[in-house]
Design a protein around this ligand. Structure first.
Ligand code: G3P
Length: 228
């Protein structure tokens, strides 16, 4: 059985700054004693500290090299901060040239190429199968199906859209070596087990962990579900 992956996306939640270090420490300890790879994705200002503790990826990167680009985040900064890679094209930070426009695959590929050239991984989010087909062409480390309407809610992607999840996982397996990840509304062990039954390689989770004081139990449950 291949190793499953759990990505914990801290988003811009305030809790990232109160519980983020502890979540990273706990995740790192658990990853060492389980067969699940746990990766945390904190806000940019926490990257350097958290990357010292656990496997860490950024929440995005701009497609530019170091230079006169005020307010941009470059692959070089990420590398300097010691992170292993980045999320890209998350629904809350889409790679588009206009608001609500289609994905700008040219810009996405530029960002991806810079990450790959610097030895970093890249996990690209998609909202549907059509985007998944396009994104697979750029050979991401992982591709994550997250239906936007379920993000932050209490109904998980695996329960709400099992057929699409199955189709997504099959598409990824048949056409690439990328990890097939899913996310949105994931809260516990049953969601994790179901995602594995449907063929996924793991999960992206945010509110289910960041928005509870009992985050250690939730991480533990998710790892148990993914380990089955
Ligand atoms: O990247 C993970 C995320 O978008 C899912 O969010 O809060 O539904 O777990 P959430």
């Amino acid at each position: 059985m291949n190793m499953k992956t759990l990505i914990i996306n801290y988003k811009a939640y305030k809790e990232a700054f109160t519980n983020g270090l502890d979540i990273a420490k706990y995740s790192d300890e658990l990853a060492k004693t389980s067969d699940v790879s746990i990766i945390v994705s904190p806000p940019f200002t926490l990257l350097r500290d958290i990357a010292k503790i656990s496997k860490t990826i950024a929440q995005g990167v701009n497609e530019v090299d170091p230079g006169a680009f005020t307010g941009h985040v470059t692959w070089f900064e990420l590398k300097q901060a010691g992170v292993a890679g980045t999320l890209l094209n998350h629904s809350e930070n889409r790679c588009t040239s206009s608001k609500n426009g289609p994905v700008d695959y040219v810009a996405l590929k530029m960002a991806v190429d810079k990450c790959a050239a610097s030895g970093m991984g890249f996990f690209v989010c998609v909202q549907n199968l059509e985007e998944a087909r396009e994104v697979l062409k750029i050979k991401p480390t992982g591709i994550a199906y997250e239906p936007p309407e379920l993000i932050g809610g209490n109904v998980s992607v695996s329960n709400s859209k099992p057929e699409i999840v199955k189709e997504f996982c099959t598409l990824v397996k048949q056409n690439s070596e990328s990890l097939a990840l899913i996310g949105a509304g994931v809260k516990g062990k049953e969601d994790a087990e179901k995602s594995i039954e449907l063929g996924s390689d793991g999960l992206l989770v945010a509110s289910g962990i960041l928005k509870t004081d009992d985050y250690k139990s939730v991480i533990n449950d998710l790892v148990k579900g993914l380990s089955k």
